[in-house]
Design a protein around this ligand. Structure first.
Ligand code: ATP
Length: 349
């Protein structure tokens, strides 16, 4: 297994800059995810790691060695793309065996033994003689995974491998991929635009935006301590406020927000870093942290829409001219609700 490093990687096409400046490190055996909205550069980053796209500037290293100019077939990477890309005229076993076209099977196995081992691993034993069109989408993607794993790659690269599948199947398959990844210990880079999926599967993730990396961290880091406003809003729902520090008491700031709040209204927000009176700050509060039971920072939210989600209710409302999102166990009565939040539950960005 190898560690991967991208150092100042830039990728320009004739009329577009796909990657502005990407630096990140993936540890040996890690499940690392690139997540971000469409067009932010996830696929280009993955293709650069694979050796399918040469960086315009910057360096790619595997275990410290510069592989920026090493072609894909010499990098020992396995890649699974969005589309199944199985050969329709070949059986499942032949498709998996195709993964061994550049190398001998590992550990002295015969090709047949290796194919059987892989079909067992992806939970498709006895399916070797079928043709791809006799399999479901989820099964086809498992075959594609088995094919990518056939040569025992040092690095597994997965580009939205589940985007064609329905929600329930995605959840099933992502658990399966995670199990296989841990079993093999293969360094894995996974691309998705789905932030919930990224939180669910990753050891660490990089949130990308406009060809750059906004934040790298564990799912808990990124969700609980977003580094930027973009991360705060992209990863999970959030309420983001900006304003000016009007006072300071201990480790709490009093903040006058930009919204059309009632005169003299200030939010109290815990802040680890020093902020002087007059500084501009942005902070966020998760919908789950806004509660009718909180004594501090109480505001009246006029409710616009309610979505019952089974076990929880999402409420959209308005306070001081801006949208506020709440999550409550039960939908409240009436068309307004008073909620507050604990100063420690706000995150200053
Ligand atoms: P998606 O989730 O939609 O697949 P992405 O985050 O994977 O998006 P990329 O495919 O890496 O994004 O593309 C990043 C940017 O680079 C986009 O603006 C895209 O249009 C541009 N781009 C990618 N490939 C090329 C190419 N071959 N020629 C020109 N521009 C390209």
């Amino acid at each position: 297994m190898v560690a991967i490093e991208l150092d100042g990687v830039r990728k320009a096409f004739d009329d577009a800059v796909a990657l502005a400046d990407v630096s990140l490190s993936v540890e040996e055996g890690e499940f690392f995810t690139l997540v971000g909205p469409s067009g932010c550069g996830k696929t280009t980053t993955l293709r650069t790691i694979a050796g399918l796209s040469a960086p315009t500037d910057g360096t790619v290293r595997f275990d410290g060695a510069d592989v920026s100019d090493t072609p894909v077939e010499e990098r020992n990477v396995g890649v699974v793309f969005q589309s199944y890309a199985l050969f329709p005229h070949m059986t499942v076993a032949e498709n998996v065996r195709y993964g061994l076209r550049f190398t001998d099977p590992p550990r002295g196995l015969t090709a047949d033994e290796r194919v059987d081992e892989l079909l067992e691993l992806v939970d498709l034993p006895d399916m070797g003689d079928r043709e791809p069109d006799e399999l479901s989408g989820g099964q086809q993607q498992r075959v594609a995974l088995a094919r990518a794993l056939a040569p025992e790659p040092d690095v597994l690269l997965l580009d939205e491998p589940m985007s064609a599948l329905d929600a329930r199947l995605r959840e099933q398959l992502r658990r399966e991929i995670k199990r296989i990844q841990k079993e093999l210990g293969v360094t894995t880079v996974y691309v998705t635009h789905d932030q919930e999926e990224a939180l669910a599967v990753s050891d660490r993730l990089a949130v990308m935006h406009d060809g750059g990396v906004e934040q790298v961290g564990t799912p808990v880091d990124v969700y609980e301590r977003p580094a930027t406003e973009f991360v705060a809003s992209f990863v999970g729902e959030n309420n983001v406020f900006s304003g000016v520090v009007a006072g300071r008491e201990g480790d709490e700031l009093a903040i006058e927000v930009d919204e059309k709040a009632p005169a003299g209204h200030r939010f109290r927000v815990a802040a680890a870093e020093d902020h002087a009176v007059g500084d501009r700050v942005t902070f966020c509060v998760r919908p789950t942290k806004l509660s009718p039971d909180a004594n501090a920072n109480r505001v009246t939210v006029a409710l616009d829409a309610t979505e019952y989600l089974g076990g929880t209710t999402r409420l959209y409302g308005e306070w001081a001219g801006r949208e506020v999102v709440l999550r409550l166990p039960e939908p409240p009565d009436g068309d307004a609700i008073i909620v507050g939040f604990d100063p420690a539950d706000a995150t200053v960005l």
